[in-house]
Ligand binder design. Structure first.
Ligand SMILES: C=CC1=C(C)c2cc3[nH]c(cc4nc(cc5[nH]c(cc1n2)c(C)c5CCC(=O)O)C(CCC(=O)O)=C4C)c(C)c3C=C
Ligand SMILES: [Fe+2]
Ligand SMILES: [Fe+2]
Length: 321
């Protein structure tokens, strides 16, 4: 790394609790669920519900889930994001490569302030959400706009069909299947979103479809060998369909006894992949007589780091053009 690089790449992920405890989960969810990009309800309705019902009830319940996936060095989302940034840094020693979280630590504002103090002038911001959504990517853009004063900030909004990223995901599926065998069906499971937001124009579902189609094409999969679903529903309103649990139930009812599940909406493994898919959905499918095999996220794989570094380089080249 040069003494003081003037270019930085900032990888931003969602954020995660500092500990698998009810207190830490309440603090994290409290910040997350106050974001107007995530929950649009008027505050006088939402705040009482959040502070007196959701956080007290959800804190201990979700802490128990985190406890089951917690790693020695911390929450999987934090550990893998940190490692991914280190691998990208090793590929691009001429930049400063750092990471931040939209909610919790390290905060975007603190990291940008540190970069400014180090003499960085240009920052490529890469939210680790391959598929653009107003609830995630735009929320990162809001936080960066607020804290990035004086810096030349360039956002990467979406890489849902970026060829190097698509190839990295396809290769990881190929390698996983070579090691563990090929299930009869491949399910692409993405984090969900309220249907209302898609109806209002959030392009997220189309971006998920584009990713799944591109990865299936790279794998040469026939149309009946794969499907797409949404998971991680929160709250009572209608979310994007079909739900992962329902798709798996249908597959089991049709006699499909082995399914591989991959989650290309998640850059790194986290609660939603390790607990919800690899544990809960796998147990549900097993009750119906099937075997669900979970294919891990790209995490800190070199192919992932290379794809992200190339995206950032292209974003910088666009600035020079
Ligand atoms: C209205 C609520 C939510 C929206 C909208 C939403 C969108 C959304 N989220 C991700 C990625 C992740 N979400 C994660 C956890 C998580 N998500 C919500 C709610 C909404 N997400 C909650 C309440 C939680 C916490 C867990 C729980 O209480 O059930 C995570 C994992 C975090 C971790 O620590 O491991 C990720 C990643 C995307 C991509 C997205 C919209 C497209
Ligand atoms: Fe509040
Ligand atoms: Fe979420």
């Amino acid at each position: 790394m040069p003494a003081s690089p003037s270019i930085a790449l900032l990888l931003v992920n969602l954020g995660t609790p500092d500990a698998p405890t009810a207190r830490a989960v309440r603090r994290y969810l409290g910040e997350f669920l106050h974001d107007h990009r995530v929950v649009q309800l008027t505050r006088w309705l939402w705040c009482p519900l959040l502070h007196f019902a959701i956080l007290p009830l959800r804190g201990p319940k979700v802490a128990h889930k985190y406890a089951q996936i917690w790693m020695e060095e911390g929450s999987p989302l934090a550990v893998h994001t940190r490692r991914l940034a280190a691998v990208v840094q090793s590929l691009q020693p001429q930049w400063r490569v750092v990471h931040a979280m939209r909610y919790g630590q390290p905060a975007i504002a603190t990291v940008l302030e540190r970069l400014r103090a180090e003499g960085v002038r240009q920052v490529v911001v890469l939210p680790l959400y391959p598929q653009y959504s107003t609830t995630t990517t735009a929320s990162v853009a809001d936080a960066v706009a607020k804290a990035g004063v004086g810096l030349d900030v360039r956002m990467i909004d979406d890489y849902a069909v970026d060829p190097a990223w698509v190839d990295a995901v396809a290769d990881s599926i190929r390698m996983d299947r070579a090691a563990h065998g090929t299930g009869r069906h491949l399910l692409f499971s993405f984090h969900g979103l309220p249907q209302r937001l898609a109806d209002q124009g959030d392009p997220y579902p189309q971006r998920c479809e584009a990713s799944a189609e591109a990865i299936a094409a790279a794998l040469d999969l026939p149309a009946d060998a794969w499907s797409l679903s949404y998971q991680s529903r929160f709250g009572r309103e209608r979310w994007l369909q079909p739900a992962a649990a329902e798709v798996l139930d249908e597959l089991a009812a049709r006699g499909v006894d082995s399914v591989d599940v991959v989650c290309p909406g998640f850059a790194v493994d986290c609660l939603e992949t390790l607990e919800e898919v690899a544990m809960m959905l796998a147990a549900r499918f097993a009750e119906r007589g099937g075997r669900l095999h979970y294919i891990p996220c790209l995490n800190e794989a070199p192919s992932h780091a290379q794809a992200l570094a190339a995206l950032a380089q292209r974003r910088l080249d666009m600035c020079d053009a």
